[in-house]
Design a protein around this ligand. Structure first.
Ligand code: N01
Length: 543
């Protein structure tokens, strides 16, 4: 009773709420945006579907979930005290530690009071008469705000494939991207894992160590580079913290915003023996830096083949059964789909309790009450893990009914694929911003610096408006068209364009085939954003 009264009071307070800005999401993007706006003295409110902060790291609690950008770089840099006081325990932080970090940030900057949890935004419409956004939630609240900022994440709308019969399945079914908070034990169980992307690569070894039997349903084999994860020593942490600024500055100069060793050499101009030595070296260092070995790996198929052959060879060495090894050795371009980083993934297939089922030619037919059916074979399972990925980059925004001028639906505007100016804003949708939206480097970079760059840019733009007594900002259609053409032109020139990846929306039936992230690299992108701002927000209409 008491609870209901409190809830009702809160809803009615929200119902009257008028803000300078509403932020959708309280992951790393939403948290920093909220902090920046509050520091500017703006009345801001974040709405978060989860019961806590952390976004990706709140939802992705599957066994083995961890970051594949090194922790000391996958962290905020906006506050020197924060980066000095936080100690990462491992080279690649696991989900619980990343979630603790997000909570630490929320507490340290006293952000929780301005976040509504368990609140999913269902509609955001620009009211032209008032010049304000009206934001509606699943709890029936309506908020109004001058600015609406989508901090909804790039990989936050889970993809649940429409398997026939899924609703009849009698066991437990989990999606890696919305994993239960209560502990899930697979001890003594038969588990079917569908998918072999990053989430599967991370979770399969842990599930296999617990379960009685694991069936892995693979449609496309994936490349994975060993993580060589290690605990971080005090001495290592101290060495990073002694000169964090230089590390961050170096990282900002790389394509991905990650400080690692990118070579300018070309694979095809390097003698084969030397090339193999270089691949060996990077294989033993581990992680995503493997693809930095040569500059031509992502633009020249023959160059790419040299790296792909090397990794295929490693997979064949690791997997004892040659038939299984061949199935696990990817046939496509390395790096075309997002490269995975693994801890014992391929070795897991040497376990007697793990079976690989190839569904590349014969797809999963149905889910039965007892398990997964492929052709006339049924694999009985007590649990199914859907490691089937996300409706990436546009999914989370488009699951909200976003309306711009004249009631124009964003779903309609983006019917042929997302169009944005700088990945930040959309023509016809004044005062709407997307943090790491499609058309920005986002998923091709280290998300934390990318988020910070967007948040800072948006905050500076709002400050610019305020200083001039202006209240509205909206990209012009020609600016948006120009940016879209530039993004598409760059995308077409790389090998990343050549496979059925989620970058292209291929994993979602009916989604337009458009390469969504900006592939020109972080420094070039940042320079463009800065230039736009320096020219009085060139390409935007201010009023
Ligand atoms: O999802 P995915 P993910 N029948 O889309 C398969 C980030 N991430 O959650 O390739 C059978 O990569 C699908 O097969 P196919 C990272 O950026 C980061 O693993 O489409 N199979 C594929 O194998 C990553 O790239 C971290 O043929 C079906 C799998 O499901 C992104 O998130 C960790 C199917 C989906 O793989 C997404 O990774 C985890 C069907 N009907 C994720 N539908 C780290 O930082 C889909 N599949 C470490």
């Amino acid at each position: 009773m008491m609870h209901t009264q409190v809830e009702a009071g809160r809803e009615s307070a929200l119902a009257k709420a008028d803000f300078d800005a509403v932020i959708v999401g309280a992951g790393f993007a939403g948290l920093y945006m909220l902090h920046r706006l509050r520091r500017m003295g703006m009345r801001a409110r974040a709405l978060e579907a989860g019961s806590g902060v952390g976004g990706t790291w709140y939802w992705n609690r599957y066994p083995g979930a961890r970051c594949d950008v090194e922790s000391v770089q996958y962290s905020y840099q906006f506050d020197e005290v924060l980066q000095q006081e936080w100690d990462w325990s491992e080279r690649y932080a696991a989900q619980p530690e990343l979630l603790r970090y997000a909570n630490h940030v929320a507490d340290r900057f006293d952000l929780r009071g301005e976040i509504e949890f368990d609140t999913r935004v269902v509609r955001a419409a620009f009211d032209e008469a008032q010049g304000r956004w009206v934001i509606e939630t699943n709890r029936g609240a309506r908020l109004s705000a001058t600015f609406c900022i989508m901090a909804t994440g790039c990989l936050s709308a889970p993809n649940l494939p429409q398997f026939t019969g899924l609703e009849t399945y009698l066991g437990a079914c989990y999606h890696t991207g919305c994993w239960p908070h209560a502990e899930v034990s697979f001890a003594g169980k038969r588990v079917a894992v569908i998918g072999t992307g990053s989430s599967a690569v991370q979770s399969i070894p842990i599930i296999a160590a617990q379960a009685k039997e694991v069936f892995v349903f693979q449609r496309t084999a994936n490349y994975a580079i060993p993580a060589h994860n290690v605990p971080l020593t005090d001495a290592y942490r101290a060495s990073i913290k002694a000169d964090y600024a230089t590390l961050r500055a170096r990282a900002r100069q790389t394509m991905t915003g990650i400080d690692f060793d990118y070579s300018d050499a070309l694979a095809l101009e390097t003698p084969a023996e030397e090339r193999t030595r270089e691949y060996e070296l990077r294989w033993h260092r581990g992680g995503l830096a493997f693809l930095g070995a040569y500059k031509d790996l992502m633009v020249d198929q023959a160059a790419n083949d040299t790296a792909a052959d090397f990794v295929r060879g490693k997979i064949r060495q690791k997997v004892q059964d040659p038939v299984v090894a061949e199935l696990l050795a990817p046939k496509n371009t390395i790096g075309c789909k997002r490269l995975c980083v693994d801890i014992g993934y391929f070795e897991t297939f040497n376990r007697p309790n793990v079976r690989l089922i190839d569904v590349s030619e014969r797809p999963i037919e149905t889910i039965t009450p007892a398990g997964v059916k492929v052709g006339d074979r049924e694999y009985a399972a007590d649990a199914i893990v859907l490691a089937t990925g996300f409706d990436a980059m546009t999914g989370a925004i488009l699951r909200i009914d976003v309306r711009g001028r004249g009631g124009m639906a964003l779903r309609e505007r983006w019917r042929e694929g997302p169009c944005t100016y700088l990945g930040l804003a959309v023509a016809g949708f004044p005062n709407l911003f997307a943090i790491t939206g499609p058309g920005s480097p986002s998923v091709l970079t280290n998300m934390l610096p990318t988020i910070e760059q967007h948040v800072d840019w948006i905050a500076d733009a709002l400050d610019y408006l305020r200083a001039r007594g202006l209240s509205h900002i909206e990209p012009s259609a020609p600016a948006e068209d120009g940016w879209g053409a530039h993004v598409a032109e760059l995308a077409g020139s790389t090998l990343r364009y050549t496979c059925g990846s989620w970058y292209l929306g291929v994993n979602i039936p009916g989604k337009p085939r458009v390469f969504m992230p900006y592939i020109g690299g972080f420094p070039r992108y940042v320079a463009k954003c800065n230039e736009v701002a320096a020219r009085g927000y060139e390409g935007f209409m201010l009023s």
